[in-house]
Design a protein around this ligand. Structure first.
Ligand code: ASP
Length: 312
């Protein structure tokens, strides 16, 4: 991703109705350069298809969202799991969260050292139902106690991630979010909603920096009575806006899912000069996305559609 000028002139939205279940995936907002857009969209499409198959076979929204995110965490193209952005010390420090709209149970990890699937650890926390967010070594120890294995950092670090850090260190690109964060929202066959997000955060981030992605209410939120949302982009702006929950409250007050997320992105751009993208699904059967960046790779599939939709 490069970090060219952003402005609300670039704002775009998309929305479509489903006859029941639905899945939307994003592969990060940013300014995707060159020919990488179609690759990013193709990865989102595979992940959306995997989650849709799971939903059709009776998986819960939470299970399906985690399936999509794990596929994207395994794909080195994205800034999540393998291939995630490196911090100022060249280390991986991973953030992820997941929320169940039926129970409002949630799980999240931040500043997590290398594990293949941070979202799987967040999901295990959600299912345990006690803690909502664990950080750093404490999160890693919890994960190990629950059967997850640490991974050698070298096996999850790509040459592209190293090159991006080098470019930031040399001042060749503006320090910015990396693009390539991944997210998924799902409505399952029972009408349950879920939202999930996973990221390596910002290239060259200071040690200990946490963005919106693992924070319930900022990067991720789901409530069966209103909708489900996953954000990507300027994490500090999404945090200040409590952006995910704010969009959900717009939906609760009658906005469609795409209206709710657009209102938040537009006011975030206007007041904080903060930009990004959001995917959403609502309780009425609509799926959609909005962005104020040049691109956001995405894919969606829903009951009654002939084939998935995708783009960047
Ligand atoms: N929002 C993420 C963060 O601030 C970055 C992104 O979405 O690309 O960590």
């Amino acid at each position: 991703m490069t970090s060219g000028p952003r402005s609300l002139d670039r704002a775009a939205t998309w929305s479509k109705r489903t006859d029941g279940w639905g899945v939307v995936v994003h592969g990060g907002a940013g300014d995707i350069d060159g020919d990488r857009g179609p690759l990013h969209a193709a990865g989102c499409r595979s992940a959306a298809i995997a989650a849709s198959r799971a939903v059709e076979s009776g998986a819960t929204a939470v299970e399906a969202a985690a399936i999509a995110i794990e596929a994207l965490e395994d794909n080195p193209l994205y800034n999540a799991g393998t291939g995630a952005a490196l911090d100022e010390r060249g280390e991986l420090s991973l953030d992820a969260s997941i929320m169940c709209g039926a129970t409002l149970d949630a799980g999240g990890v931040c500043n997590l050292p290398p594990f293949a699937h941070p979202i799987a650890i967040a999901k295990a926390m959600l299912l345990e139902g006690r803690r909502v967010l664990l950080a750093g070594e404490g999160a890693a120890e919890w994960a190990e106690r629950h059967g997850f294995a640490r991974v050698d950092a070298a096996s999850m670090t790509t040459d592209v991630a190293r090159a991006r850090l080098e470019a930031v260190r040399r001042g060749l690109v503006e320090p910015n979010w990396a693009g390539g964060t991944v997210g998924c929202v799902v409505r399952d066959r029972e009408g349950r909603l879920a939202a999930a997000t996973s990221t390596g955060g910002v290239v060259g981030k200071p040690r200990g920096r946490v963005g919106d992605s693992p924070i319930i209410g900022a990067g991720t939120y789901a409530d069966d009575a209103a909708g489900a949302v996953s954000n990507t982009g300027d994490g500090e702006a999404f945090l200040r806006f409590v952006a995910a929950k704010t969009a959900i409250e717009h939906m609760r007050s009658g906005a469609s899912c795409v209206e709710g997320i657009s209102m938040v992105l537009e006011s975030m751009g206007r007041t904080l000069d903060g930009y990004g993208g959001t995917i959403a699904i609502d309780a009425l059967g609509f799926v959609g996305w909005a962005r104020t960046t040049m691109n956001m790779s995405w894919a969606a599939f829903g009951e009654g559609w002939n084939e998935p939709q995708s783009g960047f």
